[in-house]
Each structure stands twice: as structure tokens, then as C-alpha cells.
Design a protein around this ligand. Structure first.
Ligand SMILES: *[C@@H]1O[C@H](CO)[C@@H](O)[C@H](O)[C@H]1NC(C)=O
Ligand SMILES: *[C@@H]1O[C@H](CO)[C@@H](O)[C@H](O)[C@H]1NC(C)=O
Length: 506
């Protein structure tokens, strides 16, 4: 956030000039606004500090937060202190937390240099390690993973700062008798991806992560089942609609990237058809549905000479990856095979937290475009060949929409630019800071005095990406409007790499 004063001035000036030009010459918005992606990157990493659970470190930058959840796991005699709150409540949900860490790790693998160039590599690694440290604690035995602390039902009766929590903090696990291949698979993917990053800077930690990743993958593969059948309190909050087969392929492909061991690649090839990897054509990539991610990585493997011998199956994966990218670009023949767009040009998948799909698409498109470019290849869509630059330009258009190039003229990244959401649906941010007001704020007191207040949040949740506008680009900044005003860790996580890449345009 350094130098933000100057940047803000420039930003406002360029915006004003731009608007004059637009009204005079009807110049398109997107072509003349320029955004400070470096600042957006810095802000996005600050957000993860606001979502921290546990004992906060001395260098915590979000200073309206304080320690919380310090007895998590105590009743179950396991140390589950730490990790992240997923969104605006105080539950720790294992599945989206792991997906968040996979995305952050992938961003740092692809764009580590660009993140470092912006001076943010340390913060990115801290954000990742806050998750991986927790997963190590939560994986107490080869076949036991603690995958939720607290529950949505009782948590949602209360509007309380995490520091004041009085809600039940029961911990829930998956094990041999209560399997959870999706949460085990996603956690394995997160740890495998993170192990790649730590290999150079902390080889011991990297090996530890990999060890846990391998065990979790074996556990998920051997004892198959959906985690929300074992942890039923997750249903309705993070129901695993797509099942666990996508996460098992996802875990295997990340383990292959981390180890280069054929056994993992063979798993991805052998199960390609049965697990839906080469049959599901998707239009979303999300905490629930990883197929497009697997398909994109498989296509990138195909770009390497050494994988040519597997080209029959890898090409089947690629055709499904292409379906996803072409759907985002509106280049599949059938309208219903494409992703809808708002009149303002935003990808629109569904009403509740639509921005997660936008951010995830922007990230996959960016990564894929760079790999196509490096391999001197194009994307094949039913409506024609697409050069890598077009994928990237579209990803940029989505990010620019997020940062302010949209009909509401506001940024959906909190704290960025002159106009952004003021009433994020977030317990901690919407209640007076614990630092300023240490008095206990009760469950319903929070609802009466803070949730219901029409005033802006007292604390700015910098770097949060909210659910965003509806399919007509309309947005109503009200705290109770959780579909548009709640932010999630996996929304912002997907933007980190894209901001870094955009900040380094040649
Ligand atoms: C898509 O439409 C184009 C032009 O109408 C046509 O040439 C092509 O065969 C179609 N492709 C598929 C897979 O339907
Ligand atoms: C890239 O591909 C094009 C067309 O397929 C070809 O003409 C060109 O020589 C290739 N360039 C490199 C550097 O391989």
C-alpha cells in the first residue's frame, strides 16, 4: 500500500480524463482506463491476514483483527488452532480452505517472478503457509483429516467477531469409516502444489508437505466417499455437488507435477474416462468443480515433448479444456454451451457469489494463454482459432471490470479505487474493532447493533472480492445482501496470479 497517495491521484486523473473523452468521442471504457495492478496485488494479499484464525503473529498487518479460535480442537484433543475463515462467518471449512491454498500456490508457481517483482513474494508465501501449517496439524493420522471446525447452522445464529465467538467449536473429521475423498484430494493437491514452492527455500518443509499430500491422496483413493456424507454439517454450505472424482484426478495431477512420478500420471490417464476427466465438458471452475483445472493441466502436459507418448488420452483431456475456454470466450457453437455474460461483459454463472467463477476463469485463462504462447500454439474453438493473446485480453477485461471498468463505475475489490463496497457481509469487518472496543459483543447484540446498521463497515476488508453484481450489472451495497456482498478466500486467491501477470505486461 506504499505510494498509494500518488497512485490514487493518477488513478482519479486518468479516470476523469477518460470520462471526458468517453462522453466526447464515445471511446470505449475498457480501452482507456488503466489500473494499478500492483496495488491490487498488494491488497489481495492483505485480505488473507483478515481471514486468519488462531494466534496472530507480531507482523500481522490487519490490525483490527486479534487472536481467535484458540481452543479449536480442544474437546477432540487435537490442535486445530489456525487456518482461515472462508468468508464472512467464523466456521473453518476444510474444502474451500484447501482450494484457496491450491490456487495461491499455483499462482506463485506460474507467476512467482512477477509476484516477487512487485515485492509481494514474502506475503504470498505467508498466506500459503498459514494454510499448509494448519493442514499438517489437521492431518493427524494417515487416514484421518479434520475437515471442519464449527458449523454453519449455529454460527449463523450469531453475528459476532471471531475474537468474541461463543458458538460451538466442535471439530469434524473424515477417516476410514467416514470417508471424504474430495476434501482429502483437495488438501493433497494444495500440499503438493505448495511443496513445489518450498523446495528451494525450505526443503525440509517441502518434503513434509509432500509426505502429507501423498498420504492424503492414498487415503482419499482407498476409502472413497463424499465428505459431506461423513460431515453432514457441511451440507448446504459446501456441499460437494460434483462428487470426489474430480478432486482425486486433481490431487493426482498435482502430485505428478510435484514429484514427476509416473504412478500419478498413470492414475490421471487410467481413470480419465471413469472419473469423468475426459467426458465432463464444464463451464465453471470452482471450489467444488475441478474438472477444467485438471483438463487445463493435462493439456499443458501435452505441450511437452516427453508426454507425446500419452497423446491419445491427453488430447481427450484437451478437447474438454478447450470446451471450457471457448465457453468463456463465447466461441462454442451452441449458445447454451457458452457462459452467459452481463450487458457490461461480465461472465455470469450464477447469482450467489458470481465473482468466484469470474476470478477462477480469469486465472485459468491467463495461465493457459501463457502456456499456449510458450508452446507456439493456438486454442481451437468451434467458431475458430484463437491466439493466446485473445485469451489473455479477455481475462484482462474481466479483471478490469472487477477493478472499476463496469456500469456501476465501482471496484468490487474492497479498498481499491475511489468507490468500492462499504457493507461487506463479514462479521469481523462490520463490527467495531476488537482493538478499539474490547468489550464482549454477544450473538444477537451483533445482529441488532451492527448487522442491521445502515452505516458502512467500521473496518475495511482490504483485498476482499465480493460476490458482485447481478446479470444486469446491478449491485446493491447492503450488508444483508449476502449473495452480492459476501467475499470468499477463493475469490481473491484466483486473482493474485492474474494481478501479478497484469502488473508485468511487456
Ligand atoms: C460450428 O459451426 C460452424 C459454422 O456454422 C460449422 O462449420 C462447424 O462444423 C460447427 N462445429 C460443430 C462442432 O458443430
Ligand atoms: C509457430 O507456429 C507457426 C504456425 O504453426 C509457424 O509458422 C512458426 O514457425 C512457429 N514458430 C516457432 C518459433 O516455432
Amino acid at each position: 500500500m506504499k505510494a498509494s497517495k500518488v497512485d490514487e491521484k493518477n488513478f482519479i486523473w486518468s479516470l476523469t480524463l477518460c470520462h471526458v473523452l468517453i462522453s466526447l468521442f464515445a471511446i470505449s471504457l475498457a480501452s482507456c482506463e488503466s489500473f494499478n495492478y500492483g496495488q491490487a496485488l498488494s491488497q489481495s494479499l492483505i485480505y488473507f491476514e483478515a481471514q486468519r484464525s488462531g494466534h496472530l503473529p507480531y507482523n500481522q498487518r490487519v490490525n483490527w483483527r486479534h487472536h481467535s479460535g484458540l481452543a479449536d480442537g480442544l474437546d477432540e484433543e487435537v490442535d486445530l488452532v489456525g487456518g482461515y475463515y472462508d468468508a464472512g462467518d467464523n466456521v473453518k471449512f476444510g474444502l474451500p480452505m484447501a482450494f484457496t491454498i491450491t490456487l495461491l500456490s499455483w499462482a506463485a508457481i506460474e507467476y512467482g517472478e512477477q509476484i516477487a517483482g512487485a515485492g509481494e513474494y514474502g506475503h504470498a508465501m505467508e498466506a500459503i503457509k498459514w494454510g499448509t501449517d494448519y493442514f499438517i496439524k489437521a492431518h493427524t493420522k494417515p487416514n484421518v483429516l479434520w475437515a471442519e471446525v464449527g458449523d454453519g447452522e449455529t454460527d449463523h445464529y450469531c453475528w459476532q467477531r471471531p475474537e468474541d465467538m461463543t458458538t460451538p467449536r466442535r471439530a469434524y473429521k473424515v477417516d476410514e469409516n467416514n470417508p471424504g475423498s474430495d476434501v482429502a484430494g483437495e488438501t493433497a493437491a494444495a500440499l503438493a502444489a505448495a511443496s513445489i514452492l518450498f523446495r528451494k527455500i525450505d526443503p525440509h518443509y517441502s518434503r513434509l508437505l509432500l509426505h502429507h499430500a501423498q498420504q492424503l491422496f492414498e487415503f482419499g483413493d482407498k476409502f472413497k466417499g463424499k465428505y459431506d456424507e461423513s460431515i453432514r454439517v457441511a451440507k448446504g454450505y459446501y456441499t460437494s455437488v460434483s462428487g470426489y472424482k474430480d478432486e482425486l484426478l486433481w490431487a493426482a495431477i498435482w502430485l505428478y507435477k510435484a514429484t514427476q512420478k509416473d504412478e500419478y500420471l498413470n492414475y490421471v490417464l487410467k481413470n480419465a474416462y471413469d472419473f469423468g476427466g475426459t467426458t465432463w465438458a464444464m463451464t465453471e471452475f470452482s471450489w467444488d468443480v475441478k474438472y477444467s483445472g485438471v483438463q487445463a493441466i493435462a493439456s499443458m502436459l501435452l505441450m511437452e515433448e516427453k508426454h507425446k507418448k500419452h497423446e491419445v488420452i491427453l488430447k481427450q483431456y484437451r478437447s474438454k479444456a478447450e470446451h471450457y475456454f471457448c465457453a468463456c470466450l463465447n466461441l462454442n457453437n451452441e449458445t447454451k454451451a457458452n457462459v452467459d455474460r452481463s450487458p457490461g461483459g461480465l461472465l455470469y454463472v450464477r447469482q450467489w457469489n458470481n465473482m468466484q467463477y469470474v476470478a477462477n476463469a480469469a486465472f485459468l485463462l491467463t495461465v493457459y494463454s501463457d502456456h499456449l504462447l510458450a508452446a507456439n500454439q493456438t486454442l481451437h474453438c468451434q467458431k475458430g482459432e484463437v491466439a493466446p493473446g485473445e485469451l489473455f485480453a479477455f481475462a484482462k477485461s474481466q479483471v478490469d471490470y472487477i477493478l472499476g471498468s463496469n456500469p456501476m463505475g465501482m471496484s468490487y475489490l474492497v479498498g481499491y479505487g475511489p468507490k468500492f463496497p462499504q457493507r461487506v457481509h463479514h462479521r469481523g469487518a462490520s463490527i467495531d474493532s476488537y482493538k478499539r472496543n474490547m468489550g464482549f459483543i454477544g450473538c444477537t447484540q451483533g445482529y441488532d447493533n451492527w448487522y442491521e446498521s445502515p452505516k458502512p463497515n467500521p473496518n475495511i476488508l482490504i483485498g476482499a472480492l465480493v460476490g458482485g453484481p447481478d446479470n444486469n450489472d446491478k449491485f446493491s451495497d447492503e450488508r444483508r445482501n449476502f449473495e452480492q456482498l459476501e467475499a470468499c478466500t477463493y475469490n481473491t486467491a484466483a486473482l493474485v496470479g492474474v494481478f501479478a501477470r497484469l502488473n508485468n505486461l511487456e
